[in-house]
Ligand binder design. Sequence first.
Ligand code: GLP
Length: 241
Amino acid sequence: MRIIKAKDYDAASKACANLIFAQVVTKPDSVLGLATGSTPIGTYEHLVRLYEAGDLDFSQVHSVNLDEYKGLDGDNDQSYRYFMNEHLFSKVNINKEWTNVPNGLEPDADKACSDYEAIIASLGGIDLQLLGLGPNGHIGFNEPCDEFVKLTHCVDLTESTIEANSRFFSSKDEVPTKAYTMGIKTIMDAKKIVLIATGRNKAETVKKAFFGPITPNVPASILQLHPDCTVVLDADAASLI
Ligand code: GLP
């Protein structure tokens, strides 16, 4: 595992965007695994700038997002599909038909999850997976639990995640309680992983996840076993390591 300590949020975002840039330049038809949350917004801004400068071409890229709220339509402004359209897909030359997010409107959870695994397999797997870090150590929506769940599955969000994500909704009651998420094996099968975590509120989790024992109680800790994982931090998130 490599750790990049950047001085602040902008420098961390730039470093993270540069890793994705390098991936697409060296393999223009990359399959990018993408993430939502507030942390990667700066990364997407830098990618858009690289595209606008004519330095980055997404025309051959396919993407698969980590997760989606169950029950939300892609047109709902709190859905992760909407987030991706807003922050990246509508601003670069990616083929929208080649962008994939779990289908939040599929009521049959088994079908939604197996369909998503089939999409990832049909693309030949993920070349680079971008991750954020939940305050409780979750990746995607793999919440702390007693065992790692391997494949895309439906999760009951924990109270703390509902609380943390309620800042994006008008009230906590509106936060969906379930989500579809790639599983730990789905994520670990990516050839490269880049995780970005910034801010003082992530420092304790960063220490536990990357310097503590590997345990499903801190899902991100599994990344210690990945052969090509880069963790990008700002000074605040790196302050306890
Ligand atoms: C959500 C997403 C995660 C993300 C996490 C952290 O729960 N499912 O993929 O990493 O939020 O979000 P933030 O970056 O806003 O702290």
